[in-house]
Design a protein around this ligand. Structure first.
Ligand code: NAP
Length: 244
């Protein structure tokens, strides 16, 4: 039996860094992405070049039928293995002031961050609980989900809901040695933040800089490790002191 990690949105940004970091621990990684096959392929190549194991598994986390089909096929081809480490990282931004926000942008953001978490986690949870070998779930939330950000009512709502789900699920799974935690980054240098006024925003950060994806990946690696076995239902902020 091999324990795999599944990282949603593993092709770019934080997810990419998490894939590389978990693979460096010797964990075989399933790299999920939605459309960017070349970026995902690059992550896989980089993992393999370093002696690790990686597989690609494209699907839209917000589409239950796609999640079900992809994960069923994966399980069929890995009958003795299971996803023991799940990082629900896929997410999008569609910022706008609420009174101008298209309904479609509300739903797209909630569907990716929150519905996506539900579809993927529900599918992986059964095996994680049944196997009695423990499991780790890490949900990528955000500072926006803790304090709320103007222009991000959709994103803040989805990320705050994810925190609630993290705390509830942690209590459901604790007796089976499955931990469920959330990581709440502030501003991190990725494609998601590249159109923001970085010089202005970094003045708001006590450390005067955006974080690096590798710094977030380090925290995720700790939370999935044996060392974090007694930590569950927590939201760990990583934001350079922006909000505590
Ligand atoms: P990013 O650079 O924009 O990358 C997003 C990743 O998610 C890509 O791999 C993308 O796949 C994937 N993705 C998007 N929609 C998907 C879907 N429906 N199904 C499957 N995969 C999907 O974003 P990031 O900055 O790394 O953010 C990663 C997570 O951290 C998000 O949940 C975000 O909300 C959260 N976060 C980020 C920051 C920050 O400052 N960057 C701060 C707080 C929280 P493709 O390559 O195929 O498009």
């Amino acid at each position: 039996m091999t324990k795999y990690a599944l990282v949603t949105g593993g092709s770019r940004g934080l997810g990419r860094a998490v894939c590389l970091r978990l693979a460096s621990e010797g964990i075989p990684v399933v790299i999920n992405y939605q459309t960017n096959a070349s970026a995902a392929e690059e992550v896989k190549t980089q993992i393999e070049a370093a002696g690790g194991m990686a597989e690609l598994l494209p699907f839209n986390v917000g589409d239950e039928a796609q999640v079900e089909a992809a994960l069923s096929t994966w399980q069929d081809t890995h009958p003795d293995d299971y996803i023991a480490y799940l990082v629900n990282n896929a997410g999008i931004r569609r910022d706008n002031l609420m009174f101008m926000m298209p309904t479609e942008d509300w739903h797209a953001v909630v569907q990716t961050s929150l519905d996506g978490f539900y579809y993927v986690t529900k599918r992986c949870l059964t095996k994680m609980m049944m196997r009695r070998h423990g499991g780790r779930i890490v949900n990528m939330t955000s500072l926006s989900g803790i304090k709320g950000m103007p222009g991000q009512a959709n994103y803040s709502a989805a990320k705050a809901a994810l925190i609630g789900a993290t705390k509830a699920l942690a209590q459901e799974c604790a007796a089976r040695s499955v931990t469920v935690n959330a990581v709440a980054p502030g501003f991190i240098e990725t494609d998601m933040t590249k159109d923001l006024p970085v010089d202005e925003l970094k003045k708001l950060v006590p450390m005067n800089r955006f974080g690096r994806p590798e710094e977030v990946a380090e925290l995720v690696a700790f939370l999935v490790s044996d060392k974090a076995a007694y930590i569950t239902g927590e939201v760990v902020s990583i934001n350079g002191g922006l909000y505590t």
